[in-house]
Design a protein. Structure first.
Length: 109
């Protein structure tokens, strides 16, 4: 709904309120429910949860920005999305490093 997929504020607003935010909140609850046995992996998982929460915060900020027609808030939301995106990339790289360290083969889905 953003970037090259953006059409208009109302479409983005509706998607955020009706689909994206509720689904993402469920996703975060599921992430938080995962129990991790090893400290190394638990730390990576916590970083992923933090990235998800930052992204969720950005979605809520976008809703407020659209409601208030505040471009500054949109910029802050976009910065949060960029931070979350970087954190997810770091998570993926860290998981790959950890798998290699422990000679674990990761399956791609």
């Amino acid at each position: 709904m953003t970037g090259s997929n953006y059409t208009d504020d109302q479409t983005l607003y509706d998607a955020l309120k009706v689909e994206i935010i509720p689904s993402y909140n469920v996703f975060i609850k599921e992430l938080e429910a995962v129990e991790i046995d090893t400290e190394e992996l638990r730390k990576l998982h916590e970083n992923f949860i933090e990235a998800a929460n930052i992204q969720a915060s950005a979605f809520l900020l976008m809703v407020s920005a659209i409601e208030n027609q505040d471009s500054t808030m949109i910029n802050v939301a976009n910065e949060k999305l960029n931070t979350a995106r970087k954190m997810r990339r770091d998570y993926k790289n860290d998981v790959e490093k950890l798998a290699k360290k422990h000679d674990v083969k990761l399956e791609k889905k």
